[in-house]
Design a protein around this ligand. Sequence first.
Ligand code: MG
Length: 392
Amino acid sequence: MIMDSVIGGILSTGASVKNIGVLPTPAVQFYCKKNSIPGVIITASHNPPRFNGIKCIDMDGTELERTKEEKIEEIYYDNKFHIAQWQHIGTEIQDNSAAELYINGVMERIDLNKIREKKFRVVFDAGNGAAFRTTPELLSRLGVSLVTLNANPDGLFTSRESEPKPENLKYLIELAKSGEFNLGIAHDGDADRAVFIDENGNFVDGDVTLSIFVKNYIRNGEKVVTPVSSSDSVDDICKEKGAEVIRTRVGAPIVSRTMIDQRARLGGEENGGIIYGDHQYCRDGAMTVGIILDIMAKTGKKLSEIIRDIPEYHITRKTFPRNSDFSIIKERLISAFPGWEKDERDGIKLRKGHDWILARPSGTEPIIRVFTHSREIETSRKLSEEVKKIIS
Ligand code: MG
């Protein structure tokens, strides 16, 4: 219904529409980039099925800048639409080429022969989402022997909640624990993110994935962009390699824009959203899958062995309802942790050595997100409890 309304609205302005079907968000973005046309995606990403959204993509495939989004909102709310005369309305064209274009785009960036030689065994949980066809197709072409779960598209997400966190992936994790697979994979609903389960059935945190990519793909003098919310392991690895880390506010579009401005090759978030600039400047679930297999093939190591080389940090994540002014919470936190270094780029981040606390108001929901980071899991949990008391 929403898609038909959006298409009708665009046609009425005199523009034409290519309807490319149900696809992962990054497949649409890649299509926009390759064809230099703007795009619209109807998706609520990882959110529960009662939510939906209209997401606009620029002609280079990146998410629209905030200023341009505001311009669209202004036109919408002020009713300043251009309406074409009847003989000038646009036409709708079906185009089924986007999936092929996207899969080939990912395959161009990885070592196909090395991956195929390994004959990986993979279990993939599509979670009824948009990558139900593209990711299995990619994996098949990589010579992977594949078991899929929930690969039936279903906008009600009846199999599992769409956010790929461990509590929503229990069947995938259970299967991965059988020892039959080299890798478990899950996406969020629109498949711009990918998370992994190692060969022993352990959930791999998005931070660890980002660090693995930095370790294996980044060379001396290159730049990595990541928000203030991701782990210090990125900094440790970059220091060792002579690469630079650029920290931004939280939000994939901000990371993408900064990567373009800074000519950075790799960017990413702690939630499994990885941006590989050589491919395209947006989070990309299938590209993330391609890269992890590429690294596993080239190193000849199991995923758990690759993880062993990554500096170990723990982040505890909590959310709290936001029912008062955030500045009050911010001041309370600052006074509760005297002497801790302050970073006010996004919410408040307080740091002492490798221990840090980040509290920030969500941009999409009336909640406060709290991250507590430490070398030891107990310390990160303890910090989280302390913050909880203050916020309560
Ligand atoms: Mg998403």
